[in-house]
Design a protein around this ligand. Sequence first.
Ligand code: GLN
Length: 472
Amino acid sequence: MDLDKLTIDSIQTGLRQGEFSSQELTKEYLSRAKSDDTNSFISINDQALAEAEQADKVLAEGNGTALTGIPLAVKDILLVKGLVATGGSKILENYVATYTATAVQKLKDAGMVIVGKTNCDEFAMGTSNENSAFGPVLNPHDKTRVPGGSSGGSAAAVAANLCPVSLGTDTGGSIRQPASFCGVVGVKPTYGRVSRYGSMAMASSLDQIGPMGKTVKDTAYLLQHMAGFDKYDATSSMQTVPDYVAALDRNPKKLRLGVPKEYFSDHLDKEIKEIIHGKIDELEKQGFEIKEVSLPYTDYALAAYYLIMPAEVSSNLARYDGILYGMRADKKLSLEQWYKQVRSHGFGAEAKRRIILGTFVLSAGYYDAYYKQAQRVRTLVKADFAKAFKEVDVLLTPATPSTAFALGEKTQDPLEMYLADVFTVAANIAGICGMTLPIGNDKKNLPVGLQLLAEPFAEEKLFSLGNFIEKL
Ligand code: GLN
């Protein structure tokens, strides 16, 4: 079995034509995952083979969906009943989930087999996967480099063929950035497109769950089954879910493409700039209408993100009090000492930094100057995109200012680290949808990603154009 080449379509064919069973396939992925040297997984699902056996039964009866029997890796931020869910944090080291996230349940209902839970930055806070309590993930393309974050394990697991597809979460780029660093496809759906029920909350107004895979089509298959209204998430949208898989074959040439000039500033690595411009030229030759547009508030989006996000983090992380979930303190302590002990030992440095920052920007006297001001900027960033999407259908931008950086390179300087998110956070601030896909390698042979952005609920445009670019 050549796992490197397997996609959902080719696995389906293999399964239905009896070339291999889901059990055989799952066994193969599990043995790879067990000897993995990228640290992509935090835990392996010991029920995986039983789930694959069940899928084989369904297939033998001639039933099932496009996803029946297909292995899936799930970011450890998402709950799967009966499996440990750490969120990348020591505070939840032994926490066993009591229910399953809706997005995961939908994929399970479609017949997918969960191979394991992937490594990530603590509570999804990070850009390099170095904030995980379970050690960093190594980039499969160069093990001295980071895979990106926070869904680093989900991206690396796909790139290293430890699973064919995976799930991540994206609050400020955590699907699109690691996908880009690891040379895979990642989709951040529109805010509200996928239920957040069962996803450990980082910043509730920004978080979205999304798919990662080797091809655009693989991500479309996953989103097709994950999306939709959920009564357990009041922010999930009631809009009907279109046929994303059918959208792949739609002619994308009617789409007007925009290139926002603010995304090609001096922050951007020269080689990435060249590769992206090369792709834009190719698209122009193919007959696409391409236009330069302006998103003047781009520079302020990052600052607004790093105020709104920690504010929400400080509130969401309050639930880890050593009583409700996970780590406990010594019983003889007073309540206050109890909190202190659990939270000082349970949280890593970055989680603490964001709780402190968030508490500060929400405090009396600073609320208006920071939090409220950031919300005003958010409105302006949103308006920027709304205006651009009157002129064009899809924006083409870099996904990251550099390709994968070295392990340890930015850990001493949080601001340096935050700057790596400069091209991805605006989509979350504005609630729009985005995708990154690999379009080449730099001279160090590291993958370069292209980001496609579209207005809310226009994921079909991303799939249609993404599929075209991938084939080009
Ligand atoms: N890198 C960003 C941060 O650290 C994004 C995280 C995310 O999308 N979960 O906040």
